[in-house]
Ligand binder design. Structure first.
Ligand code: NDP
Ligand code: GDR
Length: 363
């Protein structure tokens, strides 16, 4: 039997790494697009991909960029994929306020470039397309919980760019009959989450505070509410969406909501820290006035020009039509992230104390 061929943009990111592993386990030939960077950016997939000459692993990486049509078209022509998962994006909401034009170029026009390549290469009937859409589309929420029919109200350059990508995906499905669909995914996290997203920032900082290599965790809006799931569970959904008879859009969420503050409290418990909040026996720098110990403090630098205060998804359609439900509970997600970051913090500390700081910096 011939192997199915998948192409993943953003394979070096959190979801890309989980999805690549998932598809390799399913027997796919997996191709990924990576950007050229001055330092290695393949940490998350190094366990899958060791040496280009290693014939046992059916994973091939190509240099390309969502802002460069020529590279995308060349790769799609070469690979002739059965499925394309468009996961690449400038995915940080706060950064999108600082780089709005680049965010639009990669996150909005990037999706168009891929869809155009499918069309120009005459692959409309062969290649199925998955677009990584987002709960950020709901922004200033118009309905609780949010489902596929809830009106959008984006609140950041990132979300506005993703709104274009959402609609161009729907449009190419309707106009050209391409099997193209949107997964409207709510926040999903893991030990592989980028270090500047709030959950990973929290578990990483609290673990470092626990072992004594950091004193304070500075955060922005502690009241923000999110529907947090595990990335490992959500990539299965991305694949399932491309295996149906007809292409449709789906909300993927847990249906449960927690605040940033709650995440901090729970992660603190997991690493064995009792959290001291700013304002309760805390000096102006965020240190405990008696012990000088770690505190969680608010730094307005992390506030956003326009905030998404609350998101809560309704995954009923995915449950009903795809038989999907998330496997990992919120508590287990926090436990796993905290445990992994505690191990890393202990290792880091050990290496630093043994005089291997330079080795740590290189890693
Ligand atoms: P990450 O930020 O971890 O990964 C983004 C990936 O995109 C990285 O591989 C990055 O490469 C790559 N990338 C960024 N810009 C470009 C570009 N111009 N050309 C080619 N590649 C590029 O994101 P996640 O894995 O968390 O998310 C995957 C997708 O899902 C994103 O589109 C995100 O917007 C969306 N999404 C994520 C959610 C979440 O909670 N995680 C929820 C809803 C949607 P490099 O490694 O070089 O930086
Ligand atoms: P989000 O994730 O913006 O929802 O986008 P993030 O973890 O960055 O923020 C979640 C909420 O926490 C608040 N917050 C902070 N956020 C960060 N990053 N750093 C802080 O110090 C901090 N303090 C409080 C934020 O204001 C926000 O309300 C993620 C990304 O993965 C997107 O790509 C994806 O589309 C959405 O999730 C769904």
């Amino acid at each position: 039997m011939t192997k199915k061929v998948a192409l993943i943009t953003g394979i070096t990111g959190q979801d890309g790494a989980y999805l690549a592993e998932f598809l390799l386990n399913k027997g796919y030939s997996v191709h990924g697009i990576r950007r050229r960077t001055s330092l290695f950016n393949t940490d998350r997939i190094d366990h899958l991909y060791h040496d280009p000459h290693d014939t046992g692993v059916d994973l091939t990486l190509h240099h390309g960029d969502l802002t460069d049509s020529s590279s995308l078209t060349r790769i799609i022509q070469l690979v002739q994929p059965d499925e394309i998962y468009n996961l690449a994006a400038q995915s940080h909401v706060a950064v999108s306020f600082e780089e709005p034009e680049y965010t639009a170029n990669s996150d909005a026009i990037g999706a168009l470039r891929i869809l155009e390549a499918i069309r120009i290469l005459g692959l409309e009937k062969k290649t199925r397309f998955y677009q990584a859409s987002t709960s950020e589309l709901y922004g200033l929420v118009q309905e609780v919980p949010q489902r596929e029919t809830t009106p959008f109200y984006p609140r950041s350059p990132y979300a506005v760019a993703k709104l274009y990508a959402y609609w161009i995906t729907v449009n190419y499905r309707e106009a050209y009959g391409i099997y193209a669909c949107n997964g409207i995914l709510f926040n999903h996290e893991s030990p592989n989450r980028g270090e500047t997203f709030v959950t990973r920032k929290i578990t990483r900082a609290l673990a470092r505070i626990k072992v004594g290599s950091q004193r304070t965790l500075f955060l922005g809006n502690l009241g923000a509410m999110r529907d947090w799931g595990h990335a490992r569970d959500y990539v299965e959904m991305q694949w399932l969406m491309l295996q149906q008879q007809t292409a449709e859009d789906f909300v993927i969420a847990t249906g449960e909501q927690h605040s940033v503050r709650e995440f901090v409290e729970l992660a603190g418990k997991e690493v064995g820290l009792s959290i001291r909040w700013e304002g309760k026996g805390v000096d102006e720098k965020g240190y405990d006035t008696e012990t000088g110990a770690c505190i969680v403090a608010v730094d307005p630098r992390y506030f956003r020009p326009a905030e998404v205060e609350t998101l809560l998804g309704d995954p009923s359609k995915a449950k009903e039509k795809l038989g999907w439900s998330p496997k990992t509970s919120f508590i287990d997600l926090v436990k796993e992230m905290a445990a992994e970051d505690l191990k890393s913090a202990q290792r880091e500390k050990f290496l630093a104390e043994s005089g291997y700081e330079s080795f740590l910096r290189r890693e």
